[in-house]
Design a protein around this ligand. Structure first.
Ligand code: CP
Length: 335
C-alpha cells in the first residue's frame, strides 16, 4: 500500500484500489474515535480551502463536509450556481482553473441526469486540485463509504452478508441513480451477497451493473436481480429500500412524453413500500438502512424507520467521519 493520496480525485469508489479504500476506512474510524473524545484534529487541513458547489439541495452532504472542514482546521465555501458566474454561462473549464489558483479542493453536487457526471469530469480534467464528488447523476461515493463503514460496525466482515437494495415508491422527486449504483459497485467488491429488487420500469445503468457483476465474481460475492420486492426481502440481513428515478425506463426523460411515462410508471408501483410486513420477510435481526432523506409514508412507514431495526442515524453520522478521511487524504496528506 502506498500513502500518496494528495491531489487524487474522488469521483467513484471504483477508481480507488481496495488498499486505498481500506486507508480511508481506517482513518474514518480514527476520526470517529477522536470526535467521540472531543480530541482536536484541526492541524490536518489548517488554512486550507474547499469550494463546495451545490447545484441541488443537501442536508447531510453539505453539513458533514462543512463541519468536517472546520474540525480539520480548514474552511469550506458554500457555493451555488447563482453565487458564481455559472449562472451567466461561465464554462466548467474556466471555473476549475480559477478555483485551482485559490484553494485546495473542489467538491460538487450536480445530479441532473446525463449532465452531472460529465460536468464533474470536465472540472477534473481542468483542475490542479482534487475534485470530490458530492453526488452526481451516476455516483454518490461519499454515501457508499458511510454505508459500508456502518455495515462493518454492525456486522463485522461484510463477506457473505446478505444485503438487498430495493427500489421504493416516492413522490418527493425523481431521485438520482447514484446511490444504488454506488452500492452495487462497492458492496460487490467486498464479497457481499447482493440482491437488487426493482420494477422492470426502473432499471439501473447496464455498464455499471456489469462492472458490479464482475466485482462480485472477483471478490467471491454474489449479485442477482429480482423484480419482486417480497422475494428481494426474503432472509436479507440488511435492506436498503429507496426510490430512484425511472430515467432509463423511457426514451427521453426530458421530453413531455418521457415525463408523463415516468409518472405513469411510478404510479403503477405504489405498493413498493418498506413496511413491517416486509421487514418480517427479512432475517429476524435485519437492519434497515436509508441514505436519507426518506419519503416517509411512501418509501417506508414510520414504525420501520423509527423502529429498533433502523440504523439510519448511525449511517448518517458516518457521512461526517468518512468525508473527513477523504478530505484529509486528498487535500492534505503527503506532498
Ligand atoms: N444522503 C445524502 O446525500 O443526503 P443529502 O442529500 O441531504 O446530502
Amino acid at each position: 500500500m502506498n500513502t500518496i493520496f494528495r491531489g487524487k480525485d474522488f469521483i467513484t469508489t471504483q477508481e480507488w484500489s481496495k488498499d486505498q479504500l481500506e486507508t480511508v476506512f481506517d482513518l474514518s474510524r480514527e476520526f470517529k474515535l477522536k470526535f467521540a473524545q472531543n480530541d482536536y484534529t484541526d492541524h490536518i487541513l489548517r488554512a486550507r480551502t474547499l469550494f463546495m458547489m451545490f447545484f441541488e439541495q443537501s442536508t447531510r452532504t453539505r453539513n458533514s463536509i462543512e463541519a468536517g472542514m472546520t474540525q480539520l482546521g480548514g474552511h469550506a465555501h458554500d457555493l451555488t450556481p447563482d453565487k458564481l458566474q455559472i449562472s451567466h454561462g461561465e464554462v466548467a473549464r474556466d471555473t476549475a482553473k480559477v478555483l485551482s489558483r485559490f484553494g485546495h479542493g473542489i467538491a460538487i453536487r450536480y445530479c441532473d441526469y446525463g449532465i452531472g457526471n460529465k460536468y464533474l469530469r470536465t472540472l477534473a480534467e481542468n483542475s490542479d486540485i482534487p475534485i470530490i464528488n458530492m453526488q452526481d447523476d451516476f455516483y454518490h461515493p461519499l454515501q457508499g463509504l458511510a454505508d459500508l463503514m456502518t455495515i462493518r460496525e454492525k456486522l463485522g466482515d461484510p463477506r457473505g452478508v446478505k444485503i438487498t437494495i430495493s427500489w421504493a415508491y416516492a413522490t418527493s422527486h425523481a431521485k438520482p441513480l447514484s446511490v444504488p449504483q454506488t452500492q452495487a459497485l462497492l458492496f460487490s467488491r467486498y464479497g457481499m451477497d447482493v440482491t437488487f429488487a426493482y420494477p422492470r420500469e426502473f432499471p439501473l445503468m447496464e455498464p455499471i451493473m456489469e462492472q458490479a457483476k464482475k466485482n462480485a465474481e472477483d471478490s467471491g460475492g454474489k449479485l442477482r436481480i429480482t423484480h419482486d420486492m417480497d422475494e428481494g426481502f426474503a432472509d436479507a440481513q440488511i435492506v436498503i429500500p429507496k426510490s430512484w428515478g425511472g430515467f432509463l425506463g423511457v426514451e427521453d426523460p426530458y421530453s413531455e412524453e418521457g415525463k408523463a411515462q415516468m409518472k405513469e410508471n411510478l404510479e403503477k408501483n405504489k405498493d413498493w413500500i418498506c413496511d413491517e410486513r416486509r421487514m418480517g420477510l427479512a432475517d429476524k435481526n435485519a437492519y434497515y438502512m436509508h441514505a436519507l432523506p426518506a419519503d416517509r409514508g411512501n418509501e417506508v412507514t414510520d414504525p420501520v424507520i423509527d423502529g429498533p431495526q433502523s440504523i439510519v442515524y448511525d449511517e448518517a453520522e458516518n457521512r461526517l467521519h468518512t468525508a473527513k478521511a477523504i478530505m484529509a487524504l486528498t487535500m492534505g496528506g503527503r506532498p
